[in-house]
Ligand binder design. Structure first.
Ligand code: NAD
Length: 387
């Protein structure tokens, strides 16, 4: 499997998006977001999506010339229309608005409608947590993307409607819960299908409601469905997904699941809670760290080595992939090379192990060291604003 630095992959994704007409600043932001998902270990929401986004620009599903528009504003909230732009660009604007307003009012909400795929939503709540706030983000697909069966049902009725909640801990990483409300998001099925691999048991059923691990049973012509989160208690995941459809879909104006077939256009609700307005940020973080310590002090159950908390695996993956590089599976690598060739974008440079880390070589032969990028929206903002 080829191994690459996050910098090389970002440059490549940015160049592909620019090649189909994305504004440089938007291409940088979207590329940053996708590679950050790979860094966090969520490959299903990373570079795998570049070809999808390129196709969406070409088909007109994404309007590269559009700008997010504030359609309504109040002291503690804002309503944004994404104008069919890249989801990441619109969501980033909404996150910044929610943070700005929460500074003044203590709690603020931003809704978004009419944008393309928003990607890994944990990156948005991480951004809110980096501002010393609690971040809550919910996303639906505006009535499109129906892939999940309701608990007790056979047919697809909901999108994978993810939710993320992040809280700053004052430690190395914030607590970040970031989950689809189906057992697995569609992107994970797609990634396995591309590698001709079966899914783990319990993710899907076929068109007749029988458990299956064959990705062919999910994609047409047979059209099975993803199962709601929770296994035998799937009514909990279903209930959560349904309420997210209401909050991210009805409240934002993006729309909820319905009979009419519509293309997926993400709807979003972002809530920012400024902790300092409710007490001391430091005291809040102390309690979060104590809670983490206490929960982790439980003896591990048989088959487990340790207790992990939400956000910990992503932090571990990020540190590891920043140091060791990002390995791309052979099927995806082939796809990236072919897309790059078609768009006349040079392949991303492979990483070389130097003994003290990894580096790539620029065209003039000078080594290019990778930079440490810790979280979406802070040190690395320069990447998508400056280049
Ligand atoms: N934008 C969209 O439309 C959309 C839709 C669905 C999913 N997604 C994204 O897909 C990604 C993957 O979703 P998923 O449902 O497969 O997530 P997942 O099953 O990988 O779970 C991830 C969450 O569980 C935590 N976690 C993982 N292992 C843990 C352990 N052993 N102990 C405690 N916590 C643990 C992680 O820290 C994280 O918060 C998410 O980033 C989500 O935002 C996006």
């Amino acid at each position: 499997m080829p191994n690459l630095t996050h910098d090389a992959l970002r440059r490549w994704a940015r160049d592909c998006l620019q090649a189909v007409g994305a504004r440089p600043s938007d291409a940088c932001l979207v590329a940053h977001h996708l590679v950050d998902a790979n860094l966090a270990g969520h490959d299903s929401h990373g570079l795998l999506r570049v070809s999808q986004y390129v196709a969406a620009v070409r088909s007109g599903d994404v309007d590269v010339a559009s700008q997010p528009r504030i359609v309504q504003e109040m002291p503690g909230g804002v309503v944004l229309d994404g104008a069919r732009g890249f989801g990441q660009v619109v969501a980033q604007t909404a996150v910044e608005e929610a943070i700005r307003k929460a500074r003044a009012t203590g709690v603020a909400a931003a809704t978004v409608r009419n944008c393309y795929h928003t990607g890994r939503i944990g990156s948005y709540t991480e951004h809110v947590a980096a501002a010393g706030m609690v971040g809550i983000v919910m996303v639906n697909a505006g009535g499109g993307g129906q892939t999940v069966a309701p608990f007790g049902g056979l047919a697809r009725r909901l999108a994978t409607n993810p939710i993320s909640i992040a809280a700053p801990s004052g430690d190395e990483f914030p607590l970040v819960l970031d989950i689809a409300t189906s057992v697995a998001p569609e992107g994970k099925i797609r990634a396995l299908a591309q590698q001709s691999r079966a899914t783990p048991a319990g993710w899907m059923m076929d068109a007749r409601g029988r458990p299956t691990t064959n990705t062919d049973d999910f994609y047409s012509p047979s059209v099975g469905a993803l199962l709601p989160l929770g296994g035998p208690a799937g009514y909990k995941g279903f209930g959560l997904g349904l309420m997210i459809d209401v909050l991210a879909g009805a409240l934002s104006g993006a729309g909820c699941s319905r009979k009419e077939v519509v293309e997926a256009r993400d709807g979003m609700l972002i809530i920012a809670i400024d902790i300092a307005r409710f007490g001391m940020l430091a005291a809040f973080q102390d309690q979060v760290r104590e809670l983490i310590g206490y929960v982790k002090s439980s003896p591990p159950a048989p088959g487990f080595e340790e207790i992990l908390v939400p956000g910990e695996t992503e932090h571990g993956q990020r540190m590891n992939r920043l140091r060791e590089g990002i390995s791309i599976d052979d099927a995806l690598w082939k796809q990236l090379l072919s897309l790059g060739k078609e768009l006349e974008v040079a392949p991303p440079e492979l990483a070389h192990e130097t003994g003290t880390g990894i580096e790539t070589h620029s065209g003039n032969g000078k080594p290019r060291r990778t930079k440490l990028v810790r979280s979406f929206g802070r040190a690395d903002r320069t990447w998508f604003e400056g280049r």
